[in-house]
Ligand binder design. Structure first.
Ligand code: MN
Length: 468
């Protein structure tokens, strides 16, 4: 049996965070009443003409720059196909002259994934098929919501450079962090702001051929992405090993069944009858505009992570914080002196990126400093951060109002003496080397201080007393 290598290329569709749609003034907003965010242009009514949303171009350029792409003069083209949720019967996209080309993303493990292109297009509406299957085939009837029709989309197409489900997930995480950091997208896979299609094939390890691929759609989370790729690769390997071969097709990931199912057979580009849209002129961003956009870009997640690791951060922790979108907060907190690993720890475990509320970088930095100085235990620091998110204010004030008074070392030492006096046998055994009694004394002190002592300080005091 030969060994196989998985070959994966990803197409990521990101909805851009504009106020209005790609070619119409209708609002771009998730979750409205069906068919309320609509306009004659995105309904494809006769006689209407599209107008390019400048903000969408700017956001797309930001992403292009973040992905190290060349930014080009670009042309909108009609991609023709019939689908009930696309009232014009064509999608405005970009074909042979896309806005962004030839970029790359470096994964945390150092692998470089080349980006072929990142082009602008419009989203379709959303159909809901009513009936037992939930699919169009066999449905009793279908409902169409055009709120999403015409929402600006950036389709980011990678080269088939990915070799594992893990790398594919890491790539999407990197991409998502970059999209969020430059303000181009909210990156929410669960709301469909970020949608991933995976082109998967396999080949004998070491070969550089590209075999027949299948495109997996309907992947709604990073977890599903990993599972879908693993399933599909295994399916291809089994086919080859049985003397069969996969056919090129679109397949849908069925999360519950844990497998892919055949969809339509995959169209080739010529099936779409692309041609330049005569309603739209080419967009040719000036060098000045591109430089202006570049100059305003924030430090990118991958750069932040590299800086933190150089400064001694735990790489995995740094990666978690970046993928949670908390890079900028941590960067600002450490810029005013907060310890990197402590700050990352809270950003990875305590701080909810959805509920930042009143928390400022200064408040985070102050909390971390108080914790390191022993003025707050780690549990107390978490409570202070929760309060800062909810109420704002200063960490010191919250600590005082919560009664998190700094536990004076001398005071703690006096308490330890009392605990030793109350438990002389245990203390003798501890001093003779019965290590498990450390937990007993720590527990007694925690009880005496109602949990306000710092475990690290107790540990230091115990060791010092024992060795005295
Ligand atoms: Mn597309």
């Amino acid at each position: 049996m030969s060994t196989w290598e998985t070959v994966i290329g990803l197409e990521v569709h990101a909805e851009l965070a504009t106020e209005s749609k790609m070619f119409s003034p209708a609002r771009n907003e998730f979750g409205g009443e069906p068919n309320t965010n609509v306009h004659p242009v995105c309904l494809g009514l006769p006689g209407t003409l599209p107008v390019v949303n400048e903000k969408a171009i700017e956001l797309a350029i930001r992403v292009g720059l973040a992905l190290n792409c060349s930014i080009n003069r670009c042309v909108f083209a009609r991609k023709n196909y019939f689908y009930p949720d696309m009232p014009k019967d064509y999608q405005i996209s970009q074909y042979d002259q896309p806005l962004n080309t030839d970029g790359f993303v470096d994964l945390p493990n150092g692998t470089r994934i080349r980006i072929e292109r990142a082009h602008l297009e419009e989203d379709t509406g959303k159909s809901t098929h009513i009936g037992t299957s939930g699919r169009i085939a066999g449905a009793d009837y279908s409902l169409v919501d055009y709120n999403r029709a015409g929402v600006p989309l950036l389709e980011i197409v990678s080269h088939p450079d990915l070799r594992s489900a893990d790398d594919a997930r890491a790539y999407v995480q990197e991409l998502r962090a970059a999209l969020v950091a430059v303000g181009a997208s909210d990156g929410k896979m669960e709301e469909g702001s970020l949608r991933v299609d995976a082109n998967v094939s396999v080949r004998p390890a070491g070969s550089d051929e590209l075999r027949t691929r299948c495109e997996i759609k309907n992947v709604n989370s990073l977890r599903s992405l990993g599972r879908a790729i693993a399933y599909e690769a295994k399916r291809h390997i089994q086919l080859y090993e049985n003397g069969e071969r996969p056919i090129q097709e679109t397949r849908h990931w069925d999360e519950e069944a844990g497998r892919t199912q055949p969809g339509r057979s995959k169209e080739e580009a010529e099936d779409y009858r692309y041609f330049d849209d005569p309603d739209l002129v080419a967009v040719d961003p000036s060098a000045e505009w591109i430089e202006e956009i570049r100059a305003a870009l924030p430090t990118l997640p991958a750069e932040l992570r590299a800086e933190w690791i150089t400064a001694g951060a735990d790489p995995e922790l740094a990666g978690t914080v970046i993928s949670r979108g908390l890079g900028p907060l941590v960067a600002e907190a450490t810029a005013v002196g907060a310890d990197i690993n402590k700050t990352l720890n809270h950003a990875a475990n305590t701080i909810d990126p959805e509920e930042l509320g009143q928390l400022t970088p200064d408040g985070l930095a102050e909390t971390v400093k108080m914790e390191l100085d022993g003025q707050l235990t780690s549990t107390q620091a978490k409570t202070v951060l929760q309060d800062l998110m909810e109420l704002g204010g200063s960490a010191a004030e919250i600590a005082t109002s919560r009664g998190f008074e700094a536990m004076d070392r001398g005071e703690l030492e006096a308490m330890l003496d009392q605990v030793i006096a109350d438990n002389p046998d245990e203390w003798t055994r501890f001093c003779e080397g019965e290590a498990k009694l450390q937990g007993f004394f720590t527990g007694q002190l925690m009880k005496a201080t109602r949990g306000q002592a710092d475990g690290k300080v107790i540990n230091q005091l115990l060791q010092a007393k024992k060795n005295a």
